[in-house]
Ligand binder design. Sequence first.
Ligand SMILES: *[C@@H]1O[C@H](CO)[C@@H](O)[C@H](O)[C@H]1NC(C)=O
Ligand SMILES: *[C@@H]1O[C@H](CO)[C@@H](O)[C@H](O)[C@H]1NC(C)=O
Length: 705
Amino acid sequence: MPSSASPNFSRSSRRRLLLVLLPLLLLLLLLLLLSLLRSPESIPISSNSTPSVGVAADSGFFFLSLSKSANSSISSHLRALTLNTHLAGTPSAAIAAAYVRSQLERAGLETLTREYSPFLSYPAAASLSLLRSDGALIKPLSLAEPADPAVRVVPPYHAYSASGATVGPAVYVNLGRDEDYLTLHRLGVDVRGCVAVVRRGGGPRGAVVETAAARGAKAVLMYGKTTGGGVERGTVLLGGPGDPLTPGWAAIAGGERFRVEDGEVTRRFPRIPSMPVSAATAGEILVSLGGLPAPPEWKAESPALVGVGGGPTLLNFTYMEDGKLAAIHNIISIIEGSEEPDRYVILGNHRDAWTYGAVDPNSGTAVLLDIASRYGTLLRSGWRPRRTIIICSWDAEEFGMIGSTEWVEQNLGNLSPKAVAYLNVDSAVQGPGFFASASPQLDKLLIEIMKQVKDPDSEGMTVYQTWVAKNGGISIERLSRADSDFTAFLHHAGVPATDIYFGEVSDFPVYHSALDTYEWMQKHGDPLFHRHVTISEIWGLLGLRLANDQLLPFDYLSYANQLQEHESALGKLLDGMEFVLPVSASIQEFAAAAKEVQHESMELKGRGIAELPALRLRALNDRLMLTERAFLEAEGLRGRPWFKHLIYSPPKDSASKLSFFPGIADAMSESNDSVAEVHANIQHEIWRVARAIQRAADVLCGKLT
Ligand SMILES: *[C@@H]1O[C@H](CO)[C@@H](O)[C@H](O)[C@H]1NC(C)=O
Ligand SMILES: *[C@@H]1O[C@H](CO)[C@@H](O)[C@H](O)[C@H]1NC(C)=O
């Protein structure tokens, strides 16, 4: 049959065309769908067809897209980390260390273990009993932790407590602050020769013990905020962080060490023994106290209290320390930067715990491992950070930030010229509510990122929105505390830092006790592990931006504003502006430099940073990076040379009204000096701060004067 040449297709040829067109149509539809779906949440990811993320901005989207099942991998990390206890320097610590190392390697990251041998302090023996005034035994009192009857974790103790045996009357000293002893003094109560019974909340443990010792107490028993039969362990190390035998240098094997009995070392330990006790044991002591009636405001907090004590009964308290050199292990992964491998963005969290450490610190460790795995996925997709990212799992933080401090001391020569920022997370999740602290030039970046991340507890809100609503505005705390691993980076090395977490500012109820378990986290801290994921997003994005941005995302106008606020707070406290004039003048210089740099950055961005010669960009970034370093002073704070940061280091007196300008704070709280000496010292410290701010202004604008 001849085929017709008619323009009409035969039935069969029409079918043939359809067969050709249909797949094409389907493909078109698919492509359309894919392009519509290319919102950040739905970039398709599979191990063999990862999208390429060569552009730095895309790596953030890609990073966020990996949140999908992050809650379950974070929870399984936390489960694994908390199966065993991991007190620093003990054999069981090796299990958590091996887990972290294997997970970092599994993420595809080059990973090292760095060992140090600091002097660590463990309990050998302890006893407590109640005696009649003639010395006859009334009854023994328990020093155990009611929540841990099988004693599977280290018994409650204070690391670096003195050893000793004391028999004496107990006196209730409330929070153990100077004002509490003044109250007792007014009542006519003398604590000399007594055992001071302290409720936690009056500042760092070591300082509370030293205050009691200075008043003549012979020992201190502390009880606290832990509930449910837990007891709060902790360190009483004084005078800053790090191994007490190697102050200012690293505790490496075969390196120089002071001897434990050297004066340099013994002043790091309180003079009298101390011990945390359970609420039950504290209650038994409180009801035994006679003496003068306790002030009503003390009774309000401790209902069992009737008299402040000083008899009629006595306490017999003994403690024996087991102090020794012990091996600790930092685990460090390095992602080398493609353009600027010699610039470091450092993420850190400690791994060691008093007990199981589900909150403190392994909620942070689980998140760190999640970030490592996401960075690993990015790397496999072809991404490389511009600058080097260093991921650190520290050991022996609980004893006094020892792992991070020894590492910073050992690497100071490289960190000083090369570290861009240190991003710390300790207990990532303690409960609801985002908490942020940062060096001021990082505020803006932190806020930008908080606006990008969904709030885990409020549907349809960003972290930023709920945080601003809760705080009535922007509220970023400054890092003058010395209670986690940012201390050596900021206070000693002058590296800008952040410290973030979820949870209320006051300590959570299982803090440092045997109850800090995976089960507590699952029941109370973060039942679905969504807050963990949020910390992973914020922390991970901070790392990415700082490592990727061509121009460092540092905003010094916010630093200048913060300094101006500090200056006016100081002026009010000193009741006279002429005192602070040198500081005012240098802050003006600093603000002018900040404006100039902002102007310069805008101009460069306008011209296109990609067009800029690499060394020109590098020179500007170096000024931004090194400005914080200029706040350091080589000889450090008076009497505390390790603390070198004159804007943000902890004040000597934790009750100080100044949470900045530590040298000025110290001069103000020096009670042994005459009024004239105090004034002269304050003025000198004001000049030192003024010179430091002027130095920072000079570095920021990059010109010799
Ligand atoms: C105090 O306790 C210790 C240790 O249990 C004991 O050796 C000592 O005899 C006791 N002292 C008094 C006065 O009871
Ligand atoms: C992770 O989040 C999902 C969605 O809310 C939830 O169903 C799941 O139980 C969570 N996983 C864990 C381990 O909590």
